[in-house]
Design a protein around this ligand. Structure first.
Ligand code: GLU
Length: 308
């Protein structure tokens, strides 16, 4: 297809974005199609652990006296972490994981205060005590482990590519030479393109949804990040967008905690192990990410690394 004039491109973007906003704010209960987010009554209720104590954890003690956890998350990633603009309510698989953990640690998940934190700001938010823990497509890796602690992993994603549905040239990362590729600043997919596919022209924004706007308006040729995230964007406008190729990395999702708080990290590992064993992990998956059509995988083995 020919590149549309900038006026047509702007019009197309306006139409698509209106559609996206409408889908994001729809939260109907009956017969909601997958792209509208989970129906409320299908979400699990996590039993709050009674008499749970974690006095070795400074973060837990602070949350406990406050009466709830403050959790960092994403707000524009369909099926994973999405904030309803009208009600301010967060939903998605990462949000469910955050709730499951809070309940296991003895604090009412309905009282969690979610804060949207972009990929590039996660480490600082944990370091300066802005949040107690972070659940938002956060890949565990050794570089980040120098700055924060990680419980998990609780899910395994892989890097992929999102393109316009009429795109024929891009089928994998090797086809990115000379193409404009958008990703989030501070993310592992951004770094991988920079290191392994230097012929691509990289464009960075704070969030992937801005990248998707740029793809729809022909400012970039592809968006790259985890397949789990891209599937959600493609599902919102399936006539306009498609995910291509096979995943070309492993992105184990962890729960970020302040680096020194090993007691909290290991207690969250216990919470994940319990949630996986008693079926809550799968229930959470089925009611959120599972709506994308991908059946629940087996969760990856927990890392549980020693304190350093
Ligand atoms: N999982 C990748 C990362 O942590 C990409 C998704 C994100 O930016 O949250 O960098």
């Amino acid at each position: 297809m020919k590149r549309p004039t900038s006026r047509t491109a702007r019009l197309l973007a306006a139409v698509v974005l209106t559609a996206l906003a409408a889908t994001a704010s729809a939260c109907g209960k009956e017969g909601s199609p997958p792209t509208k987010g989970p129906a409320r009554d299908e979400l699990p209720e996590y039993p709050v652990a009674k008499d749970f104590r974690l006095p070795q954890s400074g973060t837990w003690k602070k949350a406990r006296s406050r009466g709830h956890f403050v959790v960092g998350a994403k707000e524009d990633q369909p099926y994973l972490g999405e904030k309803d603009p009208a009600s301010g309510v967060y939903s998605g698989f990462d949000i469910e994981i955050a709730k499951m953990v809070s309940a296991s640690l003895g604090l009412d998940p309905r009282r969690i205060e979610f804060k949207t934190i972009a990929s590039a700001n996660r480490e600082t938010a944990l370091q300066n005590g802005q949040i107690d823990y972070y659940v938002g497509t956060y890949t565990i890796n050794d570089n980040r482990k120098k700055l924060v602690g990680f419980a998990g992993p609780y899910y395994m994603a892989g890097q992929g590519l999102l393109v316009r549905s009429d795109e024929e040239d891009i089928r994998g990362p090797r086809d990115l030479g000379g193409k404009r590729v958008c990703s989030a600043a501070g993310s592992t997919p951004y770094q991988r393109i920079q290191q392994d596919y230097p012929k691509a022209t990289l464009v960075a924004y704070d969030t992937y949804s801005i990248c998707v706007d740029n793809l729809l308006t022909y400012q970039v040729d592809a968006v790259t990040t985890d397949d789990a995230i891209l599937i959600g964007y493609a599902a919102k406008v399936p006539e306009e967008l498609k995910v291509v190729g096979k995943p070309f990395s492993q992105e184990p999702y962890g729960i970020g905690v302040p680096r020194g708080d090993n007691a909290l990290r290991l207690a969250i590992d216990d919470a994940l192990a319990a949630g996986e064993k008693d079926g809550y992990w799968k229930k959470a998956y089925d009611a959120t990410l599972g709506l994308s059509g991908v059946p629940a995988p087996k969760p990856p083995a927990l890392d549980r690394y020693p304190a350093s």
